[in-house]
Design a protein around this ligand. Structure first.
Ligand SMILES: NC(=O)C1=CN([C@@H]2O[C@H](COP(=O)(O)OP(=O)(O)OC[C@H]3O[C@@H](n4cnc5c(N)ncnc54)[C@H](O)[C@@H]3O)[C@@H](O)[C@H]2O)[C@@H](O)CC1
Ligand SMILES: [K+]
Length: 511
C-alpha cells in the first residue's frame, strides 16, 4: 500500500523525531537522498551545471545542502536566492564551502548583468515585476533565466510543505524559466506552488520531471491537478514514525490480489454472489450491455439483469439471468447496480434503493435518486459520479470539483452518508470515515463513452461478492484502469475492449 500523510501529521512526527536527534539530522538525511536522486538523474555529476532555486525556508535548506554535495563531486552549482537575507544560513555556508556560488535572484537583472560563477552578487537590479523592467524595447532574459536556460539540472527548493497559495511573481517567473529550459527539474519535497494536502494548484507552479519527497508521500503528490506537476515521485526515508491511519492510500498489485474474491471448493454461483443490474433504456440499451460486461468480470457468481434492454443483453451475454419484472420481483441478489443509461426511469431507481443489499448508483441514477432516501439507507451505498455529476450533487461548478477533488469527494461522502468514487484521471474513493483511496492505474484513453458503465458493473459485482464499498470501489477502479491500459496500448479504445481486458488485469494482479 502506498500511503500519504498531510502536513500537520508530517510536522508533528518530525517534531517528535527531531527532539531525539542531533540538530539538523533530518535535513541532512533529506539532502543526502536528494543528492543521490540528482546524481542518478544526471548520470555524470562532474562537470554538470546545477541551478538551485532557493526560497526562504527549510525547503531551500535541503536544496542548498544537496547542492553542496553535488559541488563536492565536481558539479558547477549556482544557487538563485529569492530572499538572500532569509535563505537557510547553514545550507548557504555549506554550499560556499563546497565551491558553489550564490546569486541574488529576484529575476529582474538583464543577462548582461550576470556572469556565471560570479559569487555572492545580485543578478542585476531589483525589479521583480515585468512592469518594472526598463522601458524601451522587448525585455531580454534575466540573469537568472539565462542560468536556468544553460543548466543540466534545476533543483526546486522554493517552497515545500510551508507553502501557502500559488507562487509569488518572482518565484513564478523562475518556474516558467525552468519549464522552458531543457534542464531536468527535480522538485524538493513537492513542486513549489502545489498544495501538499489537497493537490490544488493556484496559479503558477513548478513542473518537475522528478519529485524527491521526504518521510512520506504528501496527498497532493497523488491527486490531480498537482500530481501532474510532480512527475515521477521518489520517496526518501528520513525515519519518521507515522501514525497508523494515513490521509490517503493507494492500492498496489499485492493489496488488490489480497482483496480479490476467489471462489473456494464449496462455492456455487449463489454463494459467490449475484449482482443485479438495473440499467439501460429503450434509448440507451448499450449502457446495459456494458454494465453487464463489467459485472461478468467482477467475481460475482451470476449477473441478473432487469430493464428494457434484455434482448440486447442476452444477444451478447447468454449467461445473464434476465427478468422483466422490475427490481423488487426479479429474484434475490447480493447487490444492485442502478443508473447507467437509465434515462428518466425514476421508479426503478426508487425500487432499487429500497433493497436491503449494497447498491451502486451511477450516471442517470445519481440524478434520479431521492437524496433523503440515499442518506437514510442502512445497507451500503456506493455512488460513482464523474466530476460533472459530482458538481451537480454538490451544487457547485464542475471546475470547482476538478480543482479540489479531495475535498469534493469527502464532502459528498459526508453529505450522502455513502461511499463515493469520484472518477477522473486520479480516481478517489472516500467513505464517511477513514483514509481516502486514490487510484492511479487509469489512462486518459479511458475517458470514452461507456467506460463508466463497465466500471459500475465491475464494482457492483465485487459488492455482490462481499467486498465492503471502499474496497469494491477501489479494486474496481484499479482493475478497470489496468484493463484500460492494456486495451488501449497507446491508441483509442472502446468500452467493450476495456471490459474484455479486465480478465487480463485480474490475472496480472494475482500473478
Ligand atoms: N521540518 C523538518 O524536520 C524537515 C523539513 N524538511 C524540509 O523543510 C520543508 C519545510 O520547511 P519550512 O517549514 O521552512 O517551509 P518551506 O521551506 O516549505 O516554506 C516556508 C517559506 O516559504 C515562503 N512561502 C510560503 N508560501 C510561498 C509562496 N506561495 N511563494 C513563495 N514563497 C512562499 C514563506 O514565506 C516561508 O518563508 C519541507 O518541505 C522539507 O523540504 C526536510 O529537510 C526534512 C526535515
Ligand atoms: K519545492
Amino acid at each position: 500500500m502506498r500511503t500519504a500523510y498531510g502536513v500537520e501529521t508530517v510536522r508533528a512526527t518530525e517534531r517528535q523525531l527531531m527532539a531525539r536527534l542531533p540538530e539538523g539530522t533530518l535535513m541532512q538525511r533529506a539532502a543526502a537522498g536528494l543528492a543521490v536522486a540528482s546524481a542518478d538523474l544526471l548520470g555524470r555529476v562532474y562537470g554538470s551545471r546545477v541551478v538551485l532555486l532557493v526560497g526562504s525556508g527549510d525547503n531551500g535548506g535541503d536544496a542548498l545542502y544537496a547542492g553542496a554535495r553535488l559541488a563536492r563531486r565536481g558539479a558547477g552549482v549556482t544557487a538563485l536566492l529569492l530572499a538572500p537575507e532569509r535563505a537557510h544560513a547553514g545550507g548557504l555556508a555549506a554550499l560556499r564551502r563546497a565551491g558553489g556560488t550564490t546569486v541574488h535572484s529576484p529575476a529582474g537583472g538583464r543577462a548582461a548583468g550576470a556572469t556565471e560563477g560570479a559569487a555572492d552578487r545580485p543578478a542585476g537590479g531589483s525589479a521583480s515585476d515585468p512592469a518594472e523592467r526598463p522601458a524601451g524595447g522587448p525585455a531580454g532574459p534575466t540573469a537568472a533565466e539565462v542560468l536556468i536556460e544553460r543548466a543540466d539540472l534545476v533543483l526546486d527548493g522554493i517552497v515545500g510543505i510551508g507553502g501557502k497559495g500559488g507562487l509569488r511573481p518572482d518565484a513564478a517567473r523562475l518556474a516558467e524559466a525552468a519549464e522552458r529550459s531543457r534542464a531536468a527539474v527535480i522538485a524538493v519535497d513537492l513542486p513549489s506552488g502545489v498544495d501538499a494536502d489537497t493537490g490544488q494548484v493556484h496559479g503558477a507552479a513548478i513542473r518537475a520531471d522528478l519529485t524527491v519527497t521526504f518521510g512520506t508521500h504528501k496527498p497532493g503528490l497523488l491527486i490531480d491537478p498537482a500530481r501532474d506537476f510532480a512527475g515521477t515521485v521518489r520517496l526518501v526515508d528520513i525515519g519518521l514514525d507515522l501514525p497508523e491511519e494515513p490521509a490517503l492510500e493507494a492500492l498496489q498489485h499485492a493489496d488488490v490480489a489480497r482483496l480479490l474474491p476467489v471462489p473456494g471448493p464449496e462455492s456455487d454461483k449463489y454463494r459467490r454472489g449475484v449482482v443485479g443490474i438495473a440499467a439501460g433504456s429503450a434509448r440507451y440499451p448499450g449502457a446495459a450491455v456494458l454494465a453487464v460486461a463489467g459485472a461478468l468480470h467482477g467475481g460475482a457468481g451470476a449477473v441478473r439483469y432487469v430493464g428494457p434492454a434484455g434482448d440486447a443483453v442476452l444477444a451478447r451475454f447468454p449467461e445473464t439471468l434476465v427478468s422483466d419484472l422490475g427490481p423488487a420481483k426479479a429474484g434475490r441478489v447480493q447487490s444492485w447496480v442502478v443508473g447507467p443509461g437509465a434515462g428518466d426511469d425514476a421508479a426503478t431507481v426508487a425500487q432499487v434503493l429500497e433493497a436491503d443489499v449494497p447498491v451502486l448508483i451511477d450516471a442517470d441514477g445519481l440524478r434520479l435518486a431521492d437524496r433523503d432516501t440515499v442518506r437514510a439507507r442502512t445497507a451500503l451505498t456506493l455512488m460513482t459520479p464523474h466530476a460533472g455529476e459530482a458538481a451537480a450533487l454538490l451544487g457547485v461548478a464542475r471546475a470547482e470539483v476538478e480543482g479540489a477533488r479531495l475535498s469534493a469527494v469527502r464532502e459528498l461522502a459526508a453529505r450522502y452518508r455513502a461511499t463515493v468514487l469520484l472518477k477522473g484521471s486520479t480516481t478517489l474513493v472516500a467513505a464517511e470515515e477513514g483514509a481516502v483511496r486514490v487510484n492511479a492505474t487509469g489512462t486518459s484513453w479511458l475517458a470514452t463513452a461507456g467506460s463508466g458503465d463497465v466500471l459500475s458493473g465491475l464494482a457492483g459485482s465485487l459488492l455482490a461478492a462481499g467486498l465492503p464499498a471502499r474496497d469494491a470501489g477501489s479494486v474496481a477502479a484499479y482493475l478497470h484502469g489496468l484493463a484500460g491500459r492494456y486495451a488501449a496500448d497507446g491508441a483509442p479504445v472502446g468500452a467493450q475492449d476495456v471490459a474484455k481486458a479486465i480478465a487480463r488485469a485480474w490475472r496480472d494482479v494475482r500473478d
